[in-house]
Design a protein around this ligand. Structure first.
Ligand SMILES: Cc1cc2nc3c(=O)[nH]c(=O)nc-3n(C[C@H](O)[C@H](O)[C@H](O)COP(=O)(O)OP(=O)(O)OC[C@H]3O[C@@H](n4cnc5c(N)ncnc54)[C@H](O)[C@@H]3O)c2cc1C
Length: 536
């Protein structure tokens, strides 16, 4: 059954949360919490999930947008990690063809810099061996002229050839929303903008959480036999601040006009300063470049790109694509996320910290999970729910390996039947289930574009609120639509019109509309601080 993820559905969910006792209460609506909710609900467990801000507002909405095995981890022979990740990549490609699409990466090899051809060829061979049954094309080795045929903008001096291999990309926040939709349709009870502020204990055992419903301005106790802490970099706030489970590192990305960078497809680069691996990905008319990786000890609630982060990325792109000459003012948008990496006793550098995940079961019965990757969420969820099910003595096998996710395979025909043609049809197919769009297409202007130069339609703003639990302007502009990342002014010009449209669905007063627009403007300003005084 299709769950109600409208504001009414959210209110009803909170009522249920206050009333019922669940098998599991999940705290955190990033990809990990979402994956656990889907895994648990599809095994028949009663679950509630609370997210303090918006779904995917943490790390899961600020990634490199890759569904990948992590070729570079093979350098450190982390074969197990890569094997799991390529398996999960292949599962996602099968399950969610609308949301996850294959991409060919060119990885150039230069004289005396980065990986030399023999090492690279060996790495690519092993990467293929680890996913023998994959549907993706196998690796190829390219002569220098073939590399420059594929990527004419790349630095040609010293080029010794290059590898060509395939991984996949996804809209990270869209993936989270679809995993949550699947969880809700399987029975999970969800609420965003509802923060777990305290663990409830009885006889020293965790039996639930006290939560604050921010928009409703009320406190409720949500009870569960098991509580799962999937709060990413905020893990120790709920678990126990003294433990210091995590060592977060900051990762920054920039989006630049693609014609400025000059890349044709996806390219793997080496950073100019320290030789770290960077990715350059085509993203519609833009190019996504990332990422940095630096220790972060600041406030996780206020992580934004700074000038140094942006320069690090730009100088690397400019070295690899000498004609690019990109400067700060060319950056369309920049964002920063924190990796919830597990602290280890060693003094390893940031880039060397393990990307593996860890599950902690405390004496008070709280289960916490952190680390891992967007790509490996399903496998992590399977492990966590095995433990939850063992606690409940409810052993049910996992089904998620075989369950479809996101827009169904016949989405194209369904959108055509609703009167959409390309390019709108292709745009919708990659983001929505036709069942979400259908009820809202007769609203006035719903088939029109929101902004020139971006494919997003007004119906998507309505769907964000009515079908995807978006509750404020930033939820819609940043995470549901992505206009924050893609429009040259990051959506400042259309924000008042979008807010006015949302007002009809969310019952906002004119004063609230103004507040929402102001708050959105502040968010954009904070993300443009790296431009210095010439910023906005
Ligand atoms: C720069 C960068 C690039 C990356 N790129 C990739 C990539 O390309 N591919 C890939 O596979 N992986 C990538 N990763 C890794 C991946 O993004 C993360 O491992 C993953 O998103 C972590 O998800 P999470 O759910 O644990 O954390 P989060 O997404 O941060 O989710 C935790 C959620 O918990 C909520 N929360 C916190 N406290 C509370 C509370 N008290 N009550 C309720 N809710 C609460 C937060 O608001 C947040 O939404 C990248 C990571 C970074 C930083």
């Amino acid at each position: 059954m299709r769950a109600d993820l409208s504001p009414r559905g959210r209110a009803a969910n909170l009522e249920r949360m206050a009333r019922e006792t669940f098998d599991a209460v999940i705290v955190g609506g990033g990809i990990v919490g979402a994956g656990i909710a889907r895994e648990a609900a599809t095994r028949g467990l009663d679950v509630a999930l609370l997210e303090r801000c918006d779904f995917a507002s943490g790390t899961s909405g600020k990634t490199s947008r890759m569904v990948h095995g992590g070729l570079r981890y093979l350098r450190d022979l982390r074969v197990g990690l890569v094997r799991t990740a390529v398996r999960e990549r292949d599962i996602l490609l099968r399950q969610a063809p609308g949301l996850v699409r294959p991409v060919a990466f060119t990885i150039p090899s230069y004289d005396g810099r980065g990986e030399q051809p023999l090492v690279l060829r060996l790495g690519l061979w092993l990467y293929d061996v680890l996913s023998r049954d994959k549907a993706l094309p196998r690796r190829r080795w390219l002569a220098p002229a073939q590399v420059t045929d594929r990527e004419p903008g790349l630095q040609a001096a010293g080029l010794r050839g290059g590898g060509l291999y395939h991984d996949a990309v996804t809209g990270d926040a869209r993936l989270v929303v679809h995993v949550l939709r699947a969880a809700a349709d399987a029975g999970a009870v969800l609420a965003n903008h509802a923060e777990a502020v305290q663990l409830l204990r009885e006889a020293g055992q965790v039996v639930g959480v006290r939560a604050i419903d921010r928009p409703g301005n009320r406190t409720l106790d949500v009870r569960g036999t098991v509580v799962v802490n999937a709060t990413g970099v905020w893990l120790d706030r709920l678990r126990d601040a003294a433990r210091g489970t995590l060592r977060p590192t900051k990762g920054v990305h920039v989006l630049l006009p693609r014609d400025r960078v000059g890349n044709q497809g996806a390219v793997v680069l080496r950073a100019k300063r320290d030789g770290r691996v960077l990715f350059v990905l085509p993203w519609r008319h833009l190019t996504l470049v990332g990422t940095t990786d630096t220790d972060y000890a600041g406030d996780p609630d206020d992580v934004v790109p700074d000038a140094e982060d942006v320069m690090y990325l730009l100088e690397s792109v400019n070295e690899a694509f000498p004609e690019a000459r990109a400067i700060r003012e060319d950056v369309v948008s920049a964002y920063a996320g924190l990796r919830p990496l597990i602290r280890t006793p060693s003094r390893r550098s940031e880039s060397d910290l393990s990307r593996a995940h860890a599950i902690f079961e405390d004496p008070d019965r709280l289960i916490s999970v952190a680390g891992g990757k967007l790509t490996t969420q399903r496998a992590m969820a399977e492990e966590v729910v095995d433990r939850v099910a063992a606690r409940l003595s409810r052993h049910a096998p996992s089904k998620t390996r075989g369950l479809p996710l996101g827009p169904p395979p016949d989405a194209q025909e369904a959108f055509r039947a609703l009167g959409f043609a390309d390019p709108d049809e292709a745009h919708l197919c990659a983001r929505h289930d036709p069942e979400a769009i259908r009820p809202w297409i007769d609203e006035p202007g719903s088939r029109d574009r929101i902004a020139q130069g971006a494919p997003h339609l007004w119906v998507e703003a309505i769907v964000a609120v009515e079908e995807e639990m978006a509750l404020d302007l930033a939820d819609v502009m940043v995470r549901r639509l992505g206009l924050f990342y893609e429009l040259p002014d990051q959506g400042i010009a259309v924000a008042p019109a979008v807010a006015a449209r949302l007002a009809r669905h969310l019952g906002w007063s004119p004063a609230r509309v103004r507040e929402e627009v102001q708050a959105y403007g502040d968010l954009v300003d904070r993300h443009r601080r790296f431009r210095g005084s010439h910023g906005t």
